[in-house]
Design a protein around this ligand. Structure first.
Ligand code: NAD
Ligand code: UDP
Length: 356
């Protein structure tokens, strides 16, 4: 991994630049040399985050080189630690709200944005800016270098939906001035911006509307329901249930999501596509699954429901099925089991930190 802290608007050195004394890209990429995989230089914004780091792994595994870009406002270096010796990975510490030039890239995956409600409520203006200025800056990069572009949008574009399950043609029901608006409207602006760069500048754009996704590397303290419940259960604490727990969500395991996204990136389809798991759970049912998987004997503590918390959410994935031949394979119980070790390690790390 080559780490660059430059935040100027000049191009950063490419991996393989002889002045860096690093192995050249061509020789580093045996698969590319053999012509088995057409290696691309791919920029992933938000690479130090939960989804960005898993996407980076998938792209590297496919034989590409990846430039990860992150300002670490919610991400963590720990998510990239396993790439320390990976020569096909570069990391640029950069706020994408400021214009920058990463040098030639073949594809841009724009995943940078605070994503959990506590994070985007804490970073309200930053969230508006990353979805607006940050999206435009990364679209300009794609336009300049003739790169493909995929934007991580969200089911939050549907707000508190009046149509159920949510189909891509539904325009949503969003409070433009409520507490969640910094995220929802930022993401809706981003969809408009991505569409405009396709329409006016011919950029080959893609948009995925991601429904609640979980798995290892979900930040343990980010306040989302799976991270909160898993951490609370493993600490032996009561699970915090907001409202009466009858609100619903549909939970997608991270490997399923990444597979759908990679498939979408290879299409010429420009409108938004839902990717998520269509099995709908009440939050109370979700709590019971967490208790079963962790084997913890914990009770539930009811707390007020946050304002504008969507009451129902489930993706209609007919489009993803027909367009991508994709559907999820891992359901909640199995996905939680696959995440258990990670959350146990997070609790252990917490305990170590408090005793040290
Ligand atoms: P995350 O918080 O783990 O990752 C986001 C990353 O973006 C972090 O590493 C953060 O430091 C970085 N970032 C934020 N603002 C930045 C900026 N201005 N410049 C550079 N980097 C910046 O969240 P995640 O769950 O991995 O979400 C990734 C993307 O997927 C987000 O765009 C989010 O809106 C979208 N999404 C996620 C989910 C989900 O369930 N995980 C659902 C819907 C949409
Ligand atoms: N939630 C909860 N307890 C928690 C965290 C979240 O009851 O400790 C609820 C939250 O009110 C919402 C759902 O779980 O109804 C999903 O919340 P999350 O923050 O994970 O994502 P959202 O889909 O709301 O963005």
């Amino acid at each position: 991994m080559y780490v660059c802290n430059k935040t100027s608007n000049r191009g950063i050195p490419r991996l393989g630049d002889p002045t860096l004394g690093l192995k050249s890209i061509a020789s580093a990429n045996t698969l590319g040399d053999l012509g088995l995989v057409k290696s691309k230089r791919i920029m992933v914004t938000g690479a130090a985050g939960f989804l960005g780091s898993h996407l980076t792994d998938a792209l590297l595994a496919a034989g590409h080189e990846v430039l990860g870009v992150d300002n670490f406002c919610t991400g963590s270096m720990a998510n990239l630690k396993h790439l320390e010796r990976e020569e096909r990975f570069e990391l640029l510490e950069q706020d994408i709200v400021k214009a920058f030039d990463p040098g030639p890239v073949d594809y841009v995956f724009n995943f940078a944005s605070p994503a959990s409600p506590p994070d985007y409520l804490r970073l309200g203006v930053e969230t508006l800016l990353v979805g607006s200025a940050g999206t435009i800056n990364t679209l300009e990069i794609a336009r300049k270098y003739g790169a493909g572009y995929l934007h991580a949008s969200t089911s939050e574009c549907y707000g508190d939906p009046l149509v159920h399950p949510q189909v891509e043609t539904y325009w949503g029901h969003v409070n433009p001035i409520g507490p969640r608006s910094v995220y929802d409207e930022s993401k809706r602006f981003a969809e408009a911006a991505v569409t405009a760069y396709q329409r006016y500048h011919g950029v080959n754009t893609h948009m995925v509307r991601i429904f609640n996704t979980y798995g290892p590397r979900l930040a343990a303290n980010d306040g989302r329901v799976i991270s909160n419940f898993m951490m609370q259960a493993l600490r032996g604490e009561s699970l915090t249930m907001y409202g009466d727990g009858s609100q619903t969500r549909s939970f997608c395991y991270v490997s399923d999501l990444i597979e759908g996204i990679v498939r979408l990136s290879k299409t010429d389809y420009h409108a938004p596509v839902n990717i998520g798991n269509p099995v709908e759970w009440t939050i109370l049912e979700c709590a019971k699954e967490v208790v079963a998987v962790t084997g913890s004997k914990v009770d539930i503590r009811f707390e007020p429901l946050p304002q504008d918390d969507p009451t129902r959410r489930r993706p209609d994935i007919s489009l993803a099925k027909s367009l991508l031949g994709w559907e999820p394979k891992i359901f909640l119980r199995e996905g939680l089991q696959k995440s258990l070790e990670y959350f146990k390690e997070c609790v252990e790390a917490e305990q170590l930190a408090t005793t040290a």
